[in-house]
Design a protein around this ligand. Structure first.
Ligand code: A3P
Ligand code: MG
Ligand code: MG
Length: 381
């Protein structure tokens, strides 16, 4: 990649004209007008049960229940005796989303019905919302890098994350305190959600993090047609609520804010991640539970996703939504310019480490291949 170190054409984030080999991540390069981002449309949903089995329906959907004025949520309750934790060493890659695609090919919008090949989905990218969240926050991330594997099949680029060495080490060396604190977010969901539209939360039940409800949305970022899926915590229960994803609610926990410094950090770091995660699929509201060091929720606040950019405006040198979205758009253009060969066994591995440019390597029939044979066979048939 020697040539990528040549002085580049100033404002061009691609370091070389023609086929770029790297992509810059400096935030100043992405301070342009906000790119086109179409209102995300839900095209379907799916559920994963307590054994991570896939169901092409909304059986795991939960309903938000507004807690009483001063809730007494003890997030530590049940950690030792009513907690079944998903095995995060098992890598599911895009498998659940691919199952949804096979079962719902007819529901993908603007598919060219006249195309002779059933292979053609009519979208440029298929991925998880969580992968896109990582791309959006890249210009502001200083600690955690990422690896994103991309393969083109039937004209669509599929993007699936690969765990970095650093992330694996962190995961394997988590302290008991860290392990417990990861439970707190799920326990908060149990306090705030009911299984049925007229139900009440059951804080005495088991928290099982295998269970999930996921939305599948389509949208467009600049000239990139996207189809992605993300886990949704719950929806509002009013009968007159707007259709999904506008009825969805994201639940979050965070340490209580006692000092101006803590408020500033919350704006700079937490709200960036919360905004990126909910803005992408068009989830309009976030219910935040602020907890003390003992895991007791001391206050709750509802934050409108669309108001976050105003909330942070008083922070000096703060993150900007336009930088996140322009970087994502340019990253997807970069991926399109690199991923040329249509072959599900070929992986272009995009690598990024903080304070570096994005670069890539190419791998055929390697450990990185992630499009399963059952998917290739079925889509080709
Ligand atoms: P909090 O975000 O309230 O801490 P999500 O909010 O995305 O629905 O995720 C639910 C919970 O899963 C989180 O609740 C957190 O406890 C845990 N979690 C999700 N992503 C995590 C990550 N990258 N590291 C640690 N915990 C995570
Ligand atoms: Mg969630
Ligand atoms: Mg949540």
């Amino acid at each position: 990649y020697k040539r990528s170190r040549e002085p580049s054409g100033d404002q061009n984030p691609h370091k070389r004209h023609g086929a770029a080999v790297t992509l810059a991540t400096n935030r100043q390069m992405y301070e342009r007008n906000f790119p086109l981002y179409k209102q995300p449309v839900e095209v379907g949903c799916f559920s994963l049960d307590s054994h991570r089995n896939f169901f092409n329906d909304h059986r795991q959907m939960r309903y938000y229940v507004q807690p009483s004025k001063c809730p007494e949520f003890n997030l530590r309750d049940g950690y030792t005796d009513r907690f079944i934790k998903r095995d995060d060493g098992v890598k599911e890659r895009l498998d659940h989303l691919l199952k949804w695609i096979l079962a719902n090919r007819d529901k993908i919008q603007n598919r060219d019905q006249t195309s002779s090949s059933s292979l053609v989905l009519g979208v440029d990218f298929v991925t998880w919302r969580g992968h896109l969240t990582k791309v959006l926050t890249t210009p502001y991330e200083t600690h955690e890098g990422w690896l994103l594997a991309a393969s083109k099949f039937g004209g669509t680029v599929y993007i699936s994350e690969v765990e970095t060495e650093a992330a694996r080490t962190d995961r394997e060396k988590r302290s008991e305190r860290q392990e417990e604190m990861m439970y707190w977010g799920y326990k908060f969901e149990q306090y705030a959600c009911a299984d049925g539209v007229d139900g009440t939360p059951d804080p005495g039940g088991v928290v099982n993090t295998n269970e999930a409800f996921c939305t599948v949305v389509q949208t467009r970022l600049a000239d990139h047609k996207l189809l992605f899926s993300g886990e949704v915590d719950c929806r509002v229960s009013d009968a007159d609520a707007p259709p999904a994803p506008a009825c969805y609610v994201e639940l979050k926990t965070s340490a209580e804010i006692c000092t101006p410094k803590q408020r500033s950090n919350f704006h700079r770091y937490k709200l960036l991640k919360w905004w990126a995660q909910s803005f992408l699929p068009g989830v309009p509201q976030i219910v935040a539970g602020f907890r003390d060091h003992d895991g007791v929720v001391v206050s709750m606040e509802t934050i409108q996703t669309s108001k976050i950019s105003q909330l942070i405006k008083n922070e000096f040198n703060c993150w900007k939504p336009t930088v996140c979205m322009n970087f994502c758009s340019d990253f997807l253009s970069f991926v399109k310019s690199v991923v040329k060969e249509d072959d599900p066994r070929l992986v272009y591995l995009f690598t990024w480490d903080p304070h570096r440019d994005v670069s890539y390597t190419v791998h055929r029939d390697s450990q990185y291949s992630f499009i399963p044979e059952w998917y290739v066979k079925e889509l080709r048939s």
